[in-house]
Design a protein around this ligand. Structure first.
Ligand code: SAM
Ligand code: SF4
Length: 339
């Protein structure tokens, strides 16, 4: 029997459709809340991480992914925290790479471990990588990440290219007074290295002060870039929330992720799973379904499948981030939810 949404539209049998008729085909799975960086916009300086028994085992992550794929999900992004610091992450990634029906296995990383992992990731079937890079200045990089080494990340970007990854994408969080004088250089770096690049509006996740003064809209950055590059709007869609522009003579895409200025909830096709097994149907809301207790009592995945189907009922229409950035509108840090 096909699934019929409230608007009367039909979706294939056994697929996940929310109460607004949006089909869920994309899962972002955080496999750890830990990280080897402490980016100022993402984490507090002193973070308390989850005790290990409260984190899904890799086997549990695989079960969750398998059930989602059985429900028609065909794209899965592995994220964190920093996914590549999770011990034996490759064990999981190899199995996900071999899951029939999962066409698009992708990863978001800070790049610090890519020098070592790019080749095995490629061999495991990861299709594309997003790498966070907010600056090309080593000292600034250290300030933003509190502990990170820019050189390691640059080596990681090169390792991804050598391993055969194409259309690797840089993610830049825009911060006034921190990296807004480097946006042109970051785009030039992307063009020179055949990378895509996305600029992200900072989101009010977790208790971090001072965001009101650092917020920059996509529009402002695009105007800044347009003074240097010819920007041609593109209708391309990578299945994510970014809207893209191109510049003549290059294959690189220049994207903007604008949760504030251009809300992308209408076409939302995703849910997020935290390392703790919480299913967040929306990044910007606090409602969640708790899969860990189900995983630990259910042996044949039937209850797990039902819990996931039921979670469609709590997917809200959308987030409502305002520009009031000083108060956290969501109490979780991005590293908890998985970016
Ligand atoms: N550690 C990996 C990384 O840094 O790419 C993956 C996890 S990280 C939470 C995923 C993405 O979320 C990164 O691109 C990061 O820049 C972004 N991010 C973190 N906190 C954010 C915030 N408050 N607003 C917007 N983007 C944020
Ligand atoms: Fe770690 Fe990524 Fe958060 Fe930076 S953005 S602290 S690298 S999880």
């Amino acid at each position: 029997m096909p699934v019929i949404d409230p608007a009367g539209q039909k979706h294939p049998e056994g697929t996940l459709v929310d109460k607004y008729g949006r089909r869920i085909s994309y899962v972002r799975l955080s496999i750890t809340d830990r990280c080897d960086f402490r980016c100022t916009y993402c984490m507090a300086e002193e973070m308390t991480f989850l005790p290990r028994n409260e984190v899904m085992s890799l086997e549990e992550c695989l079960r969750v992914a398998t059930v989602f794929v059985g429900l028609g999900v065909n794209k899965l992004r592995i994220t964190g925290g920093e996914p590549l610091v999770r011990k034996d992450a490759m064990w999981l990634i190899e199995r996900l790479g071999a899951l029939p029906g999962l066409d698009n296995l992708v990863l978001t990383t800070n790049g610090s471990q890519l020098d070592r992992f790019a080749r095995p990731l490629r061999q495991a079937g990861v299709k594309r990588i997003n790498i966070s890079l907010d600056t090309l200045n080593a000292e600034r990089f250290r300030k933003i990440t509190r502990i990170g080494d820019l050189n390691k990340v640059l080596k990681g970007i090169e390792a991804a290219r050598s391993a055969g990854f194409r259309r690797t994408k840089l993610n830049v969080v825009m911060m006034r007074g921190t990296n807004d004088d480097e946006f042109v250089d970051l785009v030039q770096f992307a063009l020179d290295n055949e990378l895509d690049i996305s600029f992200i509006e900072e989101m009010p996740l977790g208790e971090i002060h001072g965001r009101n003064t650092t917020y920059i809209s996509s529009e402002e950055t695009r105007e800044q870039l347009a003074r240097r590059f010819e920007l041609i709007p593109s209708t391309e869609n990578s299945g994510g929330p970014a809207r893209y522009w191109r510049t003549p003579g290059s294959e690189s895409r220049i994207g903007f992720i604008s949760p504030h200025s251009h809300n992308f909830c209408d076409s939302c096709n995703r849910v997020r799973i935290t390392a703790k097994g919480e299913l967040y149907p929306c990044l910007g809301q606090n409602d969640a379904a708790h899969l860990l207790p189900v995983l630990r009592t259910d042996s044949d995945n039937a209850a797990l499948r039902q819990a996931i189907v039921d979670s469609m009922g709590i997917k809200p229409y959308g987030h409502d981030f305002t520009k009031q950035m000083d108060a956290p509108q969501v109490v979780r840090f991005m590293s908890m939810t998985g970016g």
